[in-house]
Design a protein. Structure first.
Lengths: 443, 563, 365
């Protein structure tokens, strides 16, 4: 009896194993999508989705692996190892399904790095698109979200230097941007969290071509951008590489694009959020010497008399108070940095002048924050989370009335800034070199 | 009707034993007839077992007549070429005829010559022994006064004579005595004590057991000179009559354990025991489990250590491998180095061993599962490399994996059989070249070669060959499950193995202790090896009778710090 | 049952796994949907209720160290009521839970990792393991758990550690913004799970030291509460309250957020693998207790012959229980708390009360 039971069990197990494997997919049948771009399109097929799929054969280390080495590519640049295709569909998922009609590989999203949203789609509203991203098990919530100036598919068809796979390229850029802090770095989970939040508005970094020339140059080589589902952009391999850059921020009101923030304004937002981790502040030092004339960040006259600071770390604290029933926000920023470039003709890097320099820096930071807050208030988007801060500090008052009135209150909100900047190091050179050179000649 | 036969034979016995004088012819005839009867019965017995029993049950007495005895022996051994019978006369005044029976090659000629024949011949030439040497007292005189051999025993049954003679001892018959003297003279050639082949170490003793059980017991005794070390012997196998020794330390090993071991050994009914491995099959708790439950070793120091813990060792004559029971799983991952070197290296090595064990078992399956079901687990660039490598490979990942693993097992087995000269060359170079060639031909992907290589190397790390075997076997079904149900399949199979391991017991001890059930006190030798000065208790299940092994507070240090 | 004993530590680990295995699987999002920021307080509340159950069990163990709940009921309520009413009720309860646990595992796997595989495959395969474990007896299950527990705890701890940087604890403030109502609403789905510690009452005679039952149960509830609170805090801290409520598999999503050294991502299959082990143990425990109840109810001596047919029933029940994941969620949210509380708290209290009022005591084990 026991024997038959055992045999039966083995037979069943065999059945499961041999007839099974329902979910099997051989790795080489997958099309690894490294980037997704979503645009708005005309007509019934409202969404145009662009996928960038990696071409493994050209990515194999050790040359092209099997077979003869060297697959095309000119002038020492690595061959472009991705295939970009655009599809239009009624919904995003519809477009995904349509790829089955012509793609030899099944699109696979687990290694997708970023989703790029086209400008027109952003203006119309991105809510419908986000459901797919959230629901699809293959897509992770750690992917970057970016907004493209113009169309996402254009940006996706750009071919980048150095990296063979744009997904990696953009990922690397995002890592760098996190340091440079001229654009926010937003993951999908954070993006969604802001969108869902009742008061806070979402921001996303902007991706664009480095210059119009690049856009032109690229557009010319673009083959076929029909709106009916034909795959676009052949001939990508022969394009010269173009540069895209990620800088500045796009702010949303609800799920619609509300406005653009320049790089410095974007950093202003980051200052308030306490997410600045690096980056550079350039201030001009008044030539006449000792007056602390208030630094202006961003402009300097032909690189003269400037002091450039590098930001090492910064923290921020947002406090909400109620004055006569009206909320007042205080933002306090603590920053530490070091001097990394000085072009003044006098040696201003002395022990006594350090506090002055620090104040210079603080003012520059304040400036950035103020510009960001002003713009946000003009646009009426609370990208900073001030609403949340008020809610946390005064939950009762919030419930009672402030919550309803917030859209009205925010643009007129009084925001006090308090910045404490410190200078810790000066690099390998104590005295500014230009100041040394002058002195020599006088003698 | 057999009882009648029985009765008849017994009556015949009696007649012969009462020593009624008969003619030599009659006696011869009687002996022959007796032999015939027994041979009849042996022939008509239904199987070997019955024959064995018959052989065991019936007596064949030593007769008084020397000639009859010798004839009986010659008949029973069938005129073997190596049987030597030396008849001589002892005593000058009252000569007594004697005969010495021994097997050439099994017995030590020197002992026979110097310790048996010489003194007896000498005795014969003496005018002395005033002890009253006559045919009546010859036996006692010889036994007590003349023989200079070591061990002398008296027997009355020809079967015992044969057993001893066939083991290398000599049998001395004296005319007119219904008993024979067995004189110890074992001197067969055996392998000398060399280094162990299967358990080489860098530091520590290098003696290994040989095939002769007497040498082996001596090797053990040298290490445990306590009078409590017991060597209990039994004979197993009716054709081989293999001496099997059960070693334990009385007062330390649990009585139940020893009894159980002897019990299981005693129940073995077979014809030959040619190696301790045979015994292992008979005494295991779970014969169908892929995991070994009995430890085997070539090293006497390992045996001694085990005995000191309260475990029991089994030695089989003819086998250089001793068995140790009870065994738990983690013992298969211990190596002697762990104990002879400082404790720090033990941690590192044991980590490597445990990790390798898991690796050898799981890695190919993991690869198959990850690349076939869960590509999201693989870092992107690696995933792309794998995909690139697999372009053009016609088989699914499973088939690739299975093929390569099977191929490797073939290579390995072949490597074992090859003569040493060619063996090394083929194993390393061959494997790599084969792998490369396969990749170039597009049959396998490059990463598969890596996987198989790593797995193979990892499987060599396990010190105990018997445990490594189980891993090698279990790899294959796991791959099948990985191929059909991905990581869930791998986990499922692992759980299956775990459930199996957890329900096993080896001679009453849970197979996975001290891990599960968790016995904190025993953990000091499980993963880390606590320094010797901290190991002052014995592992619990075995050593319960005398838990304290060493004194506390023996931690060494500079003179002022010592407690 | 058959003279097998498990020691205190094994029991503690076993109970912990039993409660935790499915508790942190998808209850967090259900709870957060109800309780918002203060869900973790709801956990504490539910755990307190669990401790009440533990108290009842401890009292039972103190008075009747040689009997399990069933035995006490026989003494207190009489054989007829026990065999006719109590036994079937508990059998149904535990069996249903065992099947639900298997179902949950299958749902998780088909939802996240392997969507095309039929549910039956997972349920069937896991049930084989459950059957084998239960055939081995409580000792085997406990020993298996000693290994499983280690992995079950290390993996989430590891993930939580790696995600520590991303947790914004401010997301949990302000506390009690909505008053106590959300706390209670969040506690409701969790209460049934913490009360599962009641299985302890059925294995009292199999503990080495029955008097330890209280400590064991309390420890298990505390540990589970800790794991649950940590999970909830992490979830809300990383994703924000609104998102979490919408997740299907919160812990899995948590696992996916992990990004180590820029390349190690997508650890969720590992998380799932660990779960399989935990769920197997939990299902084994409930299956075992269910069979125990049957055997004692019918006055049989051995439960092992029942394992094979019962397993078939288990598989069938798993598939048929719920038509979709929605039904399952509805069950967990609306039905289970009440059913659970009745069986886990109300009934044992009644039995205990009757026994006390009748002045009964058990014999020392």
């Amino acid at each position: 009896m026991k024997k038959y039971l055992a045999l039966g069990l083995v037979a069943l197990l065999l059945v499961v194993n041999t007839a099974g494997c329902w979910n099997r997919r051989e790795i080489e049948t997958l099309g690894f999508v490294s980037l997704i771009g979503i645009d708005r399109s005309q007509g019934e097929e409202a969404y145009r989705v662009t996928f960038q799929i990696a071409k493994p054969a050209q990515l194999a280390p050790g040359g092209a692996g099997i077979g003869a080495g060297g697959a095309g590519g000119g002038a020492g640049e690595a061959p472009f190892a991705a295939w970009t295709m655009s599809i239009s569909g009624k919904t995003v998922f519809d477009a995904v399904e349509k790829t089955r009609e012509f793609s030899p590989r099944r699109v696979f999203f687990s290694h997708t790095r970023a989703v790029i949203i086209g400008e027109d789609l952003a203006r119309e509203g991105i809510g419908p698109v986000l459901d797919f991203i959230s629901r699809e098990p293959e897509l992770r919530r750690t992917i970057w979200v970016l907004v493209a100036k113009g169309s996402a598919s254009e940006v996706l068809t750009a071919r980048m230097h150095l990296e063979r796979l744009p997904g990696e390229g953009i990922s690397s850029i995002m890592d760098q941007v996190q340091r440079a802090c001229t654009a926010p770095v937003v993951r999908f989970s954070d993006f969604l969290q802001c969108l869902i939040s009742p008061t806070t508005q979402a921001i996303a970094p902007v991706i664009d071509f480095k210059s119009e020339w690049e856009r032109e140059g690229r557009v010319g080589a673009d083959g076929g951008t029909g709106g009916t589902g034909s795959p676009g952009s052949g001939g990508q391999d022969s394009q010269p590489p173009v540069d895209v850059r990620v800088t500045g921020a796009a702010a949303f009101r609800g799920d619609r694009l509300a406005g653009w923030f320049s790089p410095h304004e974007a950093r202003g937002i980051l200052w308030v959020q306490g997410k600045v981790r690096g980056g550079v502040l350039t201030t001009s030092f008044p030539a006449a010497g000792v007056q602390a004339g208030g630094g202006q960040s961003g402009d300097s006259a032909a690189g003269q008399n400037t002091i450039t600071f590098r930001i090492i770390r910064a923290r921020s604290q947002v406090k909400a108070e109620l004055e006569k029933g009206k909320p007042v926000i205080t933002v306090r920023v603590d920053e530490e940095g070091c001097i990394c470039e000085v072009t003044t003709s006098e040696n201003v890097v002395t022990f006594d002048l350090i506090p002055r320099l620090e104040k210079l820096k603080a003012r520059a930071i304040e400036n950035e924050m103020r510009r960001a807050i002003d713009k946000a208030q003009r646009l009426g988007v609370d990208v900073f989370g001030f609403g949340e801060a008020v809610f946390r500090a005064f939950p009762r008052e919030w419930e009672k009335g402030l919550k309803k009135d917030w859209p009205r209150l925010f643009p007129k909100l009084e925001v006090k800034l308090a910045v404490d900047a410190k200078i810790r190091r000066t690099g390998m050179q104590a005295v500014p070199v230009p100041s040394q050179i002058m002195k020599e000649k006088v003698r | 009707m057999s009882w009648l036969r029985d009765l008849m034979v017994r009556m015949k016995y009696e007649g012969v034993r009462q020593g009624k004088t008969r003619t030599a012819r009659e006696v011869y005839r009687d002996a022959g007839e007796l032999q015939g009867e027994i041979e009849d019965w042996v022939r008509t017995a239904e199987n070997e077992r019955e024959k064995d029993l018959l052989w065991r049950l019936h007596q064949i007495p030593v007769l008084k007549n020397l000639g009859a005895n010798l004839t009986a022996i010659k008949n029973l051994l069938g005129n073997s070429g190596d049987l030597d019978i030396r008849t001589f006369v002892v005593g000058a005044r009252n000569p007594v005829r004697c005969a010495l029976v021994f097997v050439e090659g099994m017995s030590d000629k020197h002992v026979i010559r110097e310790s048996i024949l010489k003194p007896l011949m000498h005795l014969g030439r003496q005018e002395e022994p005033s002890r009253g040497f006559s045919s009546a007292t010859a036996f006692e005189v010889i036994r007590d006064f003349s023989l200079s051999a070591g061990d002398v025993e008296e027997v009355r049954d020809i079967r015992e004579v044969l057993n001893s003679v066939l083991s290398g001892d000599s049998a001395l018959f004296v005319e007119g005595e219904p008993r024979a003297m067995i004189v110890a003279s074992k001197g067969f050639k055996h392998r000398s004590i060399t280094e162990p082949d299967t358990e080489t170490i860098i530091r520590g003793p290098r003696e290994a057991f040989v095939e002769a059980i007497r040498v082996n017991t001596s090797l053990t005794r040298r290490r445990l000179k306590t009078h409590n070390l017991r060597v209990d012997e039994i004979k197993v196998g009716y054709l081989s009559e293999t001496k099997v020794a059960v070693l334990y330390v009385k007062g330390l090993a649990q009585e139940d354990l020893v009894r159980e071991v002897k019990d299981r050994l005693g129940r073995i009914q077979t014809d030959t025991i040619l190696d301790s491995g045979y015994l292992e099959d008979y005494i295991e708790d779970h014969p169908f489990s892929p995991f070994p439950q009995v430890q085997n070793t070539e090293r006497p120091d390992k045996v001694a250590a085990a005995l000191a813990e309260g475990r029991v060792a089994i030695l089989a004559d003819g086998s250089p491998f001793a068995l140790i029971v009870p065994t738990t799983f983690h013992m298969f991952l211990q190596a002697p180095e762990d104990y002879y070197e400082r404790p720090h290296i033990a941690v590192l090595l044991r980590s490597i061993r445990w990790f390798s064990l898991v690796l050898a078992l799981v890695f190919p399956s993991f690869y198959v599962a990850a690349t076939t079901f869960h590509q999201e687990m693989i870092p992107t660039s690696l995933a792309l490399s794998i995909a690139a490598g697999r372009q053009g490979v016609p088989f699914p990942a499973v088939v690739e994996a299975l093929t390569m693993e099977v191929l490797f097992e073939i290579l390995r087995e072949a490597g074992v059989r090859l003569p040493r000269m060619i063996g090394n060359a083929i194993s390393i170079v061959g494997a790599l070249v084969l792998g490369q060639a396969a990749v170039a031909a597009g049959i396998v992907s490059p990463i598969m070669v890596i996987v198989v290589g790593v797995t193979a190397i990892a499987s060599f790390v396990v010190p105990a060959f018997s445990a490594a075997i189980s891993v090698r076997i279990l790899r294959f079904p796991m791959m099948v499950f990985a191929a059909s149900l991905g990581l869930y399949g791998v986990m499922w199979f692992s759980l299956l193995i775990m459930i199996h391991l957890v329900s096993m017991r080896s001679f009453g001890v849970a197979y996975l202790s001290p891990m599960a059930p968790l016995q904190v006190g025993n953990l000091k030798d499980f993963y880390v090896r606590v320094p010797w000065w901290a190991m002052y208790t014995r592992p619990k299940p075995f050593g319960r009778r005398d838990p304290k092994r060493a004194e506390l507070r023996q931690k060494p240090g500079p003179p002022t710090e010592r407690p | 049952m058959q003279g097998e004993k498990i020691n205190g530590r094994q029991a503690f680990l076993l109970l912990s796994t039993t409660i935790v295995a499915t508790l942190i699987l998808f209850i967090p999002s259900l709870a957060v949907a109800q309780g918002d920021r203060d869900t973790w307080l709801g956990t504490l509340l539910a755990a307190t209720v669990g401790l009440v159950v533990v108290g009842v069990v401890a009292l039972l163990a103190a008075r009747f160290p040689d009997r399990n709940l069933f035995g006490v009921s026989e003494k207190a309520l009489g054989r007829i009521i026990t065999r006719g009413l109590v036994a079937p009720l508990y059998f149904l309860f535990f069996f249903y839970i065992a099947a639900a646990v298997l179902r949950e595992l299958g749902d998780v796997l088909t939802a996240s990792l392997m969507p095309e595989t039929p549910l039956l495959a997972f349920v069937f395969m896991t049930s084989i393991l459950v059957a084998l474990a239960v055939l081995g007896g409580l000792e085997v299950v406990a020993r298996l758990n000693e290994i499983v527990f280690l992995i079950l705890v290390t993996a989430p701890a590891f993930i939580l550690l790696l995600l520590l940087k991303e947790v914004q604890f401010e997301n949990l403030l302000p506390a009690l913004a909505g008053g106590f109502t959300p706390v209670i609403r969040a506690a409701v789905p969790q209460v049934g799970f913490f009360g599962e510690v009641v299985v302890l009452a059925f294995i009292i005679p199999q503990l080495e030291k029955p008097r330890q039952a209280g400590a064991i149960g309390a420890g298990a509830v505390a540990f589970s509460a800790l794991m649950m609170v940590a999970t909830i805090v992490w979830l809300v801290g990383i994703f924000g309250v609104q998102q979490v409520g919408a997740f299907l598999l919160p812990t899995l999503t948590l696992g996916r957020q992990v990004l180590v050294a820029g390349f190690l991502t997508g650890l969720d299959p590992l998380v799932v693998a660990v779960w399989v082990a935990g769920v197997t143990v939990k299902a084994s425990v409930f299956f075992y207790v269910a069979l125990l109840v049957v055997v004692q109810g019918f006055g049989l001596r051995e439960y092992r012959p029942l394992v094979f047919p019962a397993t078939l029933l288990l598989v069938a029940l798993s598939i048929l229980q719920f038509a979709s994941t929605f039904e399952f969620s509805e069950f967990v949210l609306k039905t289970f708390p009440f059913w659970g509380l009745t069986m886990e708290l109300v009934l044992p209290v009644v039995i205990l009360l009757v026994a006390v009022l009748r002045g009964q005591r058990g014999e020392e084990g």
